[in-house]
Write a protein that binds this ligand. Structure first.
Ligand SMILES: [Zn+2]
Ligand SMILES: [Zn+2]
Length: 168
């Protein structure tokens, strides 16, 4: 990874630091761990859209634009939220947001439940699925309590569906 100033970014225990301009990005911000690609964008001086941030006051989750400011601090940047880079975009280009029970695209309204067949669908899985991938899940559970494997995907209407893998 390289900083906007052209110097190399060094990974430390709790943060990343530019070896040149000494800009620093904490690995965790309001209870949310940054992905490597997000760290990259922050060091490029760009605003990224992140959700899953946790309020220190209420403990509630929220989303915001985040960037590094001139004082080399991470700040919320609501003004630029529309042009913010979101690493996790839906295949339509829309921003993936989070509701209580779903991950959904704010433009085309495609969604995935956070829990399906007793299996917690992680944000990463949801992102893959909303990007049009078919994701095999090994440990779904039927109502009878039987574990089964199926492939999770989004149909043409933007709804989550499962299909069974072809046994070869
Ligand atoms: Zn730098
Ligand atoms: Zn979409």
């Amino acid at each position: 990874m390289e900083c906007k100033c052209g110097s190399e970014i060094i990974e430390k225990e709790n943060f990343y630091e530019c070896s040149g301009c000494k800009k620093k990005v904490w690995k965790e911000f309001f209870g949310r761990k940054f992905k490597e690609s997000e760290i990259d964008y922050l060091f490029q001086g760009l605003t990224i859209y992140v959700d899953g941030l946790v309020s220190r006051k209420s403990g509630k989750k929220f989303s915001s634009g985040v960037k590094l400011n001139e004082k080399l601090e991470l700040i919320f940047d609501e003004d630029k939220i529309k042009e913010a880079i979101n690493v996790d975009k839906c295949k339509c280009g829309g921003i993936i947001r989070e509701s209580q029970k779903t991950y959904f695209c704010s433009s085309c309204k495609a969604f995935v439940y956070k829990k399906m067949y007793s299996k917690t669908i992680t944000r990463d899985i949801a992102v893959y699925v909303l990007q049009g991938d078919k994701v095999p899940i090994k440990d779904f559970k039927s109502k009878a309590g039987k574990t089964f494997e199926a492939i999770l995907f989004i149909d043409e209407e933007g709804k989550p569906k499962i299909e069974f893998p072809v046994r070869g």
